[in-house]
Each structure stands twice: as C-alpha cells, then as structure tokens.
Write a protein that binds this ligand. Structure first.
Ligand SMILES: Cc1cc2nc3c(=O)[nH]c(=O)nc-3n(C[C@H](O)[C@H](O)[C@H](O)COP(=O)(O)OP(=O)(O)OC[C@H]3O[C@@H](n4cnc5c(N)ncnc54)[C@H](O)[C@@H]3O)c2cc1C
Length: 425
C-alpha cells in the first residue's frame, strides 16, 4: 500500500491531522492499534441516561482563547452545532475532613494555603532553578494532604516527581464545560468521517530510505512522510521500533516527560439521592484513610466520579475493580453519609497506566526536564513529524492534542511542497 502520509493513532491529534490533510488535498492512511477511534477520549454508558467519560471529561480552554488559537477549543462549538447538551462548569467546591464539612473559617485557611502553594510555584518558576513541587510547599500545613491529593490528580504525579516550572507553564483553564453525553462521544462523533484502519498496530517504522515504511500485522505501508501521535509512554517504551532509532535528543525529551497517572472510578446511583446543592466538586480526607478528589452529580446525572492520581492511582490499578469500587463508595459515604450506600449502582474503573495503547494518562515533566518539552514537536529529517498532547502548548488536554495535529499536518504540507520545489529547481 502507498500513500503520501501515514498517521499513527486515531485519537484527537491523529484525527485533527487527517482532517487538515483532507482540506489540503494530501492523501493519507490513519492506522490505529485499538478497536475504536478517540484514544484517551472515550465515553461508556453507566446507567439509564447516564454516561461516564473514562478519559477527558471537561471541555476546557485557555484565558487567551480569543487571540491565541492554540488556547481555543473547537469542540465546544462543535458540540453546540450538533445540539449536544453542554453546560458551563460553575459548581462550588466542598471540603470534608474526617467526615465533616470544614467550617467557613477553616475553609479560608485552606484557600489561603492553596494560594500560598500556587505563589510558591510561580516564584520558583520565575526566579529560581526548577525544583520538585513538594520541596517548595509547607508540608506541615493541615491542608497539605488535600492539596497533594488534588495535585496528584492534575499534575498528574506525586509532587516529589513533578517539575514546578512545567506545572507553572501549563496554560490555565479559563472556563470548563461538561457534556451529558460525554466528551469522548463528541470526539468520536466529530472524527467518524475519517477513514481509519482499526486494530492495526504499528510495529516498526523504517525511515532509513527516501520515504517511510511502516510494518503492521495487516501488511506494509509506504509513504513519503509520517505523523506519529502516540503517547510518550508508547515512544519511551519503544513499543514501536524505529529503524534507525530515534536520535538521542528526541529520546531524552520523551524520557524527561513520562506518563502520569490519573484514574477515576465512576459510580452510578440508582435513585435521585442528590440535592441541587450537592452538585459540584469535593475533596475528602481523614486521619485514617486515603483522601480523594470527587465530582458529584454534574448535570443531575446521578453519577459521582472519584479521582485518584500519582503512585496511589498506579497501586489501585493493580488492586482491581472490586477494591476500587469499595474505595470510591467509602469516599462518597464520607461526604454524603452511609445511607447513600443503599442506592449504589454499577461502577466503571479506569486503568490508564496499564492501557496498552497509552501506558499512562498524560505526560508531565520530571524536575529539571521542563525545557525538553520544546523538543517533543520537532520533526526529524523532514520525514518524521510529531503530534499528540505532550507536544502541545496546552499539553495534557484535548484542544492541545487537536492543535498539535493541525500543526503537524501543516508541517507535512510544507515539507511536501519543499520537495516539489527542489525537484523542479
Ligand atoms: C483520566 C484522564 C482525564 C483527562 N481529563 C481531561 C479533561 O478533562 N480535559 C481535557 O482537555 N483533557 C483531559 N485529558 C487529556 C486528554 O484526554 C488527552 O490529552 C487527549 O485525549 C490526547 O489525545 P492524543 O491524540 O494526543 O492521544 P491519544 O488519544 O492517546 O491517541 C493516540 C492513539 O494512538 C494509538 N496507538 C498507540 N500505539 C499505537 C500503535 N503502535 N499503532 C497504532 N496506533 C497506536 C492509541 O490507541 C490512541 O488511539 C484526560 C486524560 C485522562 C487519561
């Protein structure tokens, strides 16, 4: 089989690259290892009229979205155009310690502590060499535990592993939207027109000759250019063999930005047990159990998501579904009381670290390695082009992945044009 461009991966980045190449009249083949498109965007039904996003759930965009395209999120407009029900995320935060909501005065102290932590991160980023975030926050604060629980989910790593500078460089979330039918569903709907060869794992990329040859269990594909959108986990683990190997500068950048762990346990409730004021996000922690970051009953869905991050999340993946389900129900009962257990329905537990096609949730920088992020999107030899969330300005997000795919497709177009110009010169 021959084409101009091979795209590895039919997540958001690969699908966005394919759409951009279609617009520019360039032929391509998208090869996807899994049985479905969407990658880390994936929604499953969890109950009647209730869905759970196993990966991305919040449709976010950055504060400069009006002027900087890379901070904008085309999926919000797409969802509106398709009449998918979406809602601005405008819920309150609640903080529960030892099974009791903290007082207003305590919440002020907590808020001040969280702000001190953000200021410390900013200060290091602007004025000092990079450090692990855990080195610059006051670990003796009574609010250090919930702060670290929350950050392990968003970083997504324990704070002794996470670069303060890289975290500071993350583009702020300006506004969030949630969707009833699921972000993953919207992504799959948007990408459904793209032809994709599913169940087609790329095993080897040979870029030694004039073009690129890709080996898959379904046969060999030849092309002039290749866009890879697979995660840093797949590249770092050399799950695709590159011949010759990727250069050291690229591998060092990939290894400096490993995959973090964010997982969630979605629990459906069989009755309307939540009041209107119960909707929103919670943090629960106690003296004798692991705490959790929880989002409850968004869009009156009767679904609660219990988030886990970092090493705890990796450990829980190994414990399996039953342990995760029990942990989630215990944390939800810490917040809403034991009676809620009577209405517990089915749950869905994610396992992104052991997912063979991602090997983690999204990439984060190890302390001292943040500068290497700039190397991730750089092409090699005008033949290998790199997209995917880790390569994006808004890394770790769907819209970041989208714009990285568009960027890589434009780079390919330019490289193809340059080749034609060189031939005719
Ligand atoms: C738990 C979790 C929560 C998140 N929450 C949010 C959120 O609320 N908002 C947000 O914006 N973002 C969120 N994200 C991040 C967001 O989901 C990702 O940044 C984005 O989906 C990544 O898209 P991608 O195209 O870069 O990668 P992927 O979606 O991983 O696509 C890469 C594709 O490559 C395929 N592949 C891998 N190996 C091979 C191979 N050898 N051959 C062929 N194909 C291969 C994979 O199967 C996959 O489909 C979350 C992620 C997780 C895991």
């Amino acid at each position: 089989m021959e084409t101009e461009v091979i795209i590895i991966g039919a997540g958001v980045a690969g699908l966005a690259a394919a759409k951009e190449l279609t617009k520019r009249g360039i032929s391509y083949i998208v090869v996807e290892a899994s049985h479905r498109i969407g990658g880390r965007g994936y929604t499953e039904k969890i109950g009647p009229n209730a869905w759970l996003d196993l990966g991305c759930a919040y449709m976010v965009y950055g504060p400069n979205a009006q002027t900087d395209r890379e901070e904008s999120n085309p999926f919000i407009q797409y969802a509106r155009n398709q009449k998918f029900e979406i809602e601005k995320y405008d819920y309150d935060g609640h903080f529960v310690y030892n099974g009791k909501q903290i007082s207003v005065a305590e919440d002020k102290q907590r808020e001040a502590f969280y702000k001190d932590c953000s200021d410390a991160i900013r200060n290091i980023a602007l004025n000092s060499p990079d450090q692990p975030i855990s080195d610059i926050i006051d670990l003796d604060s009574p609010y250090a535990v919930p702060y670290m629980d929350m950050m392990a989910v968003t970083a997504p790593a324990d704070l002794d592993e996470a670069s303060a500078q890289d975290f500071h460089n993350k583009v702020d979330e300006h506004e969030d939207y949630v969707s009833r039918r699921g972000y993953g569903y919207i992504i799959a709907h948007w990408g459904s027109e793209i032809p994709v060869s599913l169940n087609t794992k790329v095993e080897c990329v040979n870029w030694s000759g004039p073009g690129v040859t890709v080996e898959t269990p379904k046969g060999t594909i030849k092309a002039q250019k290749l866009i890879t959108t697979v995660s840093n986990g797949i590249l770092a683990g050399q799950h695709i063999e590159f011949k010759p190997k990727l250069p050291d500068w690229k591998m060092e950048a990939i290894q400096g930005m490993p995959m973090g762990a964010e997982n969630k346990i979605g629990v459906h409730f069989t009755k309307d047990v939540f009041g209107v004021d119960d909707c929103g996000y919670y943090q629960t922690w106690s003296d004798d159990a692991q705490g959790a970051y929880v989002s409850a009953n968004l869009m009156a869905s009767n679904v609660v998501s219990v988030f886990m991050g970092g090493r705890f999340s990796k450990w829980m993946e190994k414990q399996g579904q039953d342990t995760c389900h029990a942990f989630a129900v215990d944390r939800i009962a810490d917040i809403f009381g034991n009676d809620i257990r009577k209405a517990v329905g089915r749950s869905i537990v994610t396992a992104w670290v052991t997912d063979p096609w991602t090997l983690g949730s999204y990439a984060f920088a190890l302390p001292g390695h943040y500068r290497k992020r700039k190397m991730l999107p750089l092409p090699i030899d005008e033949k290998l082009f790199f997209a995917g969330e880790a390569t994006a300005k808004c890394n770790g997000t769907v819209h970041g992945a989208y714009w990285s795919g568009v960027r890589a497709a434009k780079e390919v177009k330019e490289a193809l044009m340059y080749k034609i110009e060189r031939k005719s010169a």
